[in-house]
Design a protein around this ligand. Sequence first.
Ligand code: AMP
Ligand code: MG
Length: 417
Amino acid sequence: MQANPAPALKPDRQSLSVDDARRAILDGITPIEGWCSVPVRTGLGRVLAEDVIAPFNVPAHDNSAMDGYAVRAADLLEDAETRLGVVGTALAGVPFSGLIGKGQAVRVMTGAVLPRGADCVVVQEITRTENSEVIIPAGQRSGQNIRRAGEDLAQGAVALPSGKRLGPAELGLIASLGIAEVKVRRRLRVAFFSTGDEIASIGSPLAPGQIYDSNRYILFGVLSHLDCELLDMGVIPDQPAALEKALVDAAASADVILTSGGVSVGEADFIKALLQKLGDVAFWKINIKPGRPMAFGKIGTTLLFGLPGNPVAVMVTYYQFVLDALLKLMGVAPLPERPLLEAECTGHIRKQPGRREFIRASLHRSEGGWKVEPTGAQGSGVLRSMSEANCFIVLPESSANVAPGSAVQVQLFEGFS
Ligand code: AMP
Ligand code: MG
């Protein structure tokens, strides 16, 4: 359990900007404590708890960057061909054991240790051989086609910094250093549940007026990408006693609780009273669409995000507010940049100034550059248009209707997972 100071909670507000809400959330978060050593492959997706230091130079030796001949540049004529005697071969993994003397060359393969005495590699394609001699054209330079020892990484240098999340490149880099185990932060424990008398779990028949739960599946999906320990607590009915028990249980065992539903006007009141009794939780109205209502705070040391009920609002608020909070809690540093790209909008979008809107859309390349097209019905419960989308068009608070042909800002889903 992390021992963070309580986040700087603002009192309930009529309206909070997306940026202020993000800042208020992120500022109060410090990484969880606790780490373990794991074999390199098990570290995939985990966050380094300490720097990985290069135990030796990478590459370990000066070596050839090309197939060709290792020579002494001083032996070469400046403006005519030079004939050198070929005295041996150096393969990757099988060095030439001798010393190259005056007038001599050694055939080298890419990656082979540079033979002693050589200071230049001449690529094979520009040479000719006659018997046991190689003919080198003019114009070669000392140092060419050589990878120097320690060029990629000097012994003792930080190969990977603490806070780095391990992906395929990092696994390869760690392995190249001969390191078998890495120190990573422990997994984040995230409890989540859906709320609502009308929500049924798949597997049980729908009573009149009920709908199946989407949100736990969405949260399972996004959280699985973060390699968290998941505590799926099911669907909790809109009953204070059941909600209180779920929240108390979740707070006892998780670092973070994610709930969905029950934070909109009308529904919020008893949940508000409950959360204020159990912890320090504020109800926000954020200038965002979809996803205006959200609760955020703490129960004990456990962070709580009370997300809206509509499935697309869950995804939007998760990506804009929760994801980076979880990454920061997991110890990821620095947090990833989330670039906004510019593209030409091909559709018409109705909007009133006031909120920052996230429109599900499809970005594609066509003649004349990148175009972006809204993917259809934008109701905050419509997951189909979310599934067809590969990005959000992000319309700023001040924006009104968007006409086809306008330049808009686009936030890619790539990197969200
Ligand atoms: P609420 O804020 O609880 O009133 O929820 C807002 C809307 O989202 C309502 O139409 C709910 O039926 C719907 N909703 C809430 N939770 C879920 C869920 N887990 N899966 C699908 N829809 C939901
Ligand atoms: Mg509800």
